[in-house]
Design a protein around this ligand. Structure first.
Ligand code: ADP
Ligand code: MN
Length: 516
């Protein structure tokens, strides 16, 4: 298990000291203090009581030193600072919101307005609150984009005779300057001048440009700092706050440490708390999958979600942060479908933004081994194979899903059976590449079990047909794949012509079945 800055001591290390009941990160528990005459007389007890009182007076000091994000030996008080900063930020935001309200009240509908911009606490570049972020606009079809000004040709003038206009013409120049404001950073507020026939003098334009650039540099510097700390602490401050809140609310007891850091996610182990969310009982041990919001690895996976019609309408309107949240959302929905079909997989506890809490597959903080890391007896290997064959069919038929990243890396061996995990990229079979993904899954599974000595293991083509119920007869990989692509194309053409997908594929001449 990797130890990171958020690891903590095991929570059940015997009856905790009295301050534990005050610790905001721990679950509220009542410790009854025994009280006999001997106790009353005991000097030891007096000392303890005093200590308890002191701790009660300064609970945050204790919390910072023993909170779930801090290791015992490596006491790190940066959490205090972070929390303080968070609170300050929250306060500043409220202050600014109030300013904005007053600004609005004073300005009303008046054409001339005053601005309290300079009194704001949170600079627009500091503010990356997801609540008030503006959706990223598809710049290819930006309806607000003003027409480009007519350019002056190389020779420096247009027109003839007395209608000649040079590039120094004040009107042309002014308009051009206004249009150029578009090139400033998107957060840079230039008013609605771009949309109207506004002529900006060179002097004013240059001053604005200078200011815009220095603000951009400032923003870049701030950003750099943030990225740096993210790498160091495994999760960014906002995610930490989300995790703190989960512990604080009693939903989680403690977050013990990191199980895995991948390119796209970090997974933590946690002990479940006592407070039930939405009527659900929290599992005793949880896995917290934090989808990374800073790295751009997700770009490579666009194709899974962009073409998933369930998310299609939303995709183009989203900014990167929201797209990452959508991955988490997708994993949640897919896990729920699998759970409903009775496929062994983590059970969803809660989704908060890009953080998904689910039941932990494993025991006592030790995650179940991946199939690639476990040595199974021949008998278990065979059992695992038939179980997976069955699960792939259930996934396809009952959940209407293709895992799309199925391999010995995403199957855990626990309690004598195989558990499927990591389904954020799973798609429906009618996804434009759904069948190709299924074929790749089949190849991974076949190869693993054939190498593992399971004589009954079907080859990848047989497995594909067995899972999908299709009857692709090609006896070599190239032709097989060509048929798969032809089926996918047929489905896409159908979508183009009829605006809806086939609900299932059919390759044996039967009329395709449509989703009504
Ligand atoms: P990634 O996209 O980073 O591969 P995964 O969902 O596969 O994300 O999680 C990474 C690792 O974390 C897994 O290989 C597994 O070891 C561990 N893990 C994830 N979810 C759970 C869980 N619910 N229970 C136990 N371990 C888990
Ligand atoms: Mn994985």
């Amino acid at each position: 298990m990797d130890s990171v800055g958020v690891a903590a001591a095991a929570p059940d290390a015997g009856p905790g000291p009295a301050w534990q009941s005050k610790c905001p990160w721990g679950a509220p528990s009542t410790t009854s203090i025994s009280c006999s005459l001997a106790d009353v007389m005991s000097e030891q007890l007096a000392k303890e009581l005093q200590l308890e009182e002191e701790n009660a007076a300064f609970p945050e000091v204790v919390a910072a030193a023993e909170g779930p994000f801090i290791t015992g030996e490596n006491i790190d008080t940066s959490s205090d600072l972070m929390l303080a900063q968070m609170l300050q930020m929250e306060f500043d935001r409220e202050y600014d919101a109030q300013l904005r309200r007053e600004e609005k009240k004073i300005n009303g509908d008046s054409k001339v307005s005053i601005s309290f911009e300079n009194y704001r606490k949170v600079h627009p570049y500091d503010s990356d609150s997801s609540e008030d972020e503006v959706d990223w606009q598809d710049t290819r079809h930006d309806p607000y984009r003003a027409d480009k000004p007519t350019t002056t040709p190389r020779r420096g003038f247009i027109g003839k005779g007395k209608d000649i206009t040079t590039k120094h013409d004040e009107v042309v120049c002014g308009r051009k300057n206004t249009a150029r404001m578009e090139n400033f950073a998107p957060e840079f507020q230039v008013g609605d001048g771009i949309g109207m026939d506004l002529k900006l003098s060179n002097q004013v334009f240059n001053a604005l440009k200078q200011h815009a650039y220095s603000e951009e540099r400032r923003s870049a510097r701030l950003h750099e700092k943030k990225e740096h700390s993210t790498a160091e602490k495994a999760v960014d401050p906002k995610t930490r706050l989300l995790l703190y809140k989960m512990v604080n609310s009693g939903m989680l007891e403690t977050i013990t440490g990191c199980i895995s850091t991948g390119k796209e996610s970090v997974v933590f182990h946690a002990y479940g708390g006592k407070s039930a969310t939405e009527g659900k009982v929290i599992p005793p041990e949880c896995a917290i999958k934090v989808f990374k919001t800073t790295l751009n690895e997700f770009k490579n996976r666009d194709k899974y979600i962009k073409d998933d019609y369930r998310f299609k309408d939303r995709f183009s309107k989203l900014n990167p942060r929201k797209i990452i949240r959508m991955w988490a959302e997708k994993e949640m929905h897919n896990l729920t479908r699998m759970q409903n079909a009775g496929i062994p997989c983590p059970q969803v506890v809660i989704l908060k933004k890009h953080v998904l809490v689910m039941s932990f597959i494993g025991q006592d903080q030790i995650p179940a081994p991946k199939l690639k890391d476990v040595t199974l007896s021949n008998e278990d290997m065979k059992k695992a194979y038939f179980q997976i064959l069955n699960m792939m069919q259930q996934l396809y038929r009952e959940c209407n899903l293709v895992h799309a990243d199925l391999s010995e890396y995403n199957m855990l061996w626990h309690d004598g059976k195989v558990w499927l995990i990591d389904v954020s990229q799973s798609v429906e079979p009618t996804h434009p590449h759904g069948l190709e993904f299924l074929f790749r899954d089949c190849r991974n599974v076949s190869q693993f079990f054939q190498k593992g000595g399971v004589a009954e293991a079907l080859n990848e083509r047989e497995l594909f047909n067995a899972v999908s119920g299709l009857n692709i007869t090609a006896d070599n990989e190239v032709d097989f794949q060509a048929e798969i692509e032809a089926l996918e194309k047929m489905n896409e053409d159908h979508v183009q012509n009829h605006g809806k997908k086939l609900s299932t594929f059919s390759s044996d001449g039967d009329p395709p079945i449509y989703d009504e």
